[in-house]
Design a protein. Structure first.
Length: 268
């Protein structure tokens, strides 16, 4: 008797990278659960999953609400009896010079990016602990590893996600639960749709960063799954990111000088 197909739950799975991850998971034979607040987009993704003859679930879920995430995990467990992979993809970006960012800007990123991931991990760990296995992948922008001027709130939340992932990596290992963190740089996506920008110039600069890069969500999704297959903890899905990250760790003074030069351009 063949074993059941693995199941995967993807937050923010209705668009951008989340949608690409869902479609790729379907082609890889997963049973796919989409957790998102956008019902119309979720329906479109689920229609495509149906065309691929993929078992799927459409879950209305706001990661700012603990109850939504617990219910999403419970529905997956009731339907399929297991949750093999959770990808915490949902999040928002923020940009603007530090003195222009409001408390609301900071709260929005902390509540969504950091605490949203905490809530999802907590719900998943409860289920994975019972089954004795599972894999959690947190998606954190590379700005958490290489903070840039003009993105202090974004960099801070992404760095916190990476630290959370490192802590959970060791803490959950005795339970049979794996943890990874994927840190993509900019790529063509709809991230600007939910961008918290403190002023128009910062918004325009951020939007230019998205469109000037060649990588598509599908390419990033493919590289993230390669990292999952390899059992990598740190998944850096674009060429050159490992080198830049290592240079920052080994030559921090040089990295800071480079960012100072960038900051001077922003201030002008």
């Amino acid at each position: 008797m063949s074993s059941p197909a693995p199941s995967i739950l993807i937050t923010g799975g209705a668009s951008g990278l989340g949608r690409a991850l869902a479609e790729l998971a379907a082609r890889r034979g997963y049973r796919v659960a989409i957790a998102d607040t956008h019902s119309v987009r979720s329906e479109e993704v689920c229609a495509q999953l149906a065309d691929l003859n993929t078992e799927h679930l459409q879950l209305t879920c706001d990661i700012r609400r603990d109850g939504d995430l617990r219910q999403a995990v419970e529905r997956v467990m009731r339907r399929w009896g297991q949750l093999d992979i959770l990808i915490n993809n949902a999040g928002i970006a923020g940009t603007g010079l530090f003195e222009t960012l409001s408390d609301d800007d900071w709260r929005a990123l902390l509540d969504t990016n950091l605490l949203g991931t905490v809530r999802a991990c907590r719900a998943a760990v409860s289920a994975m602990k019972r089954q004795g296995s599972g894999h959690i992948i947190n998606v954190a922008a590379v700005q958490g590893l290489i903070p840039a001027p003009g993105m202090s709130s974004y960099s801070a939340t992404e760095a916190a996600l990476i630290a959370l992932s490192e802590s959970l990596y060791s803490e959950l290992q005795p339970l049979g639960i794996k943890v990874s963190v994927a840190c993509p740089s900019f790529f063509r996506s709809n991230l600007a749709d939910t961008l918290r920008a403190s002023e128009p110039v910062s918004r325009a600069r951020f939007e230019r960063l998205l469109v000037r890069h060649d990588f598509s969500p599908a390419e990033i999704a493919e590289r993230i799954f390669r990292g999952i297959d390899a059992g990598d903890f740190m998944i850096l899905p674009q060429p050159g990111l490992k080198q830049v990250w290592r240079q920052k760790r080994w030559l921090p003074g040089r990295a800071l000088k480079g960012m100072q030069a960038l900051a001077e351009k922003l201030r002008r």
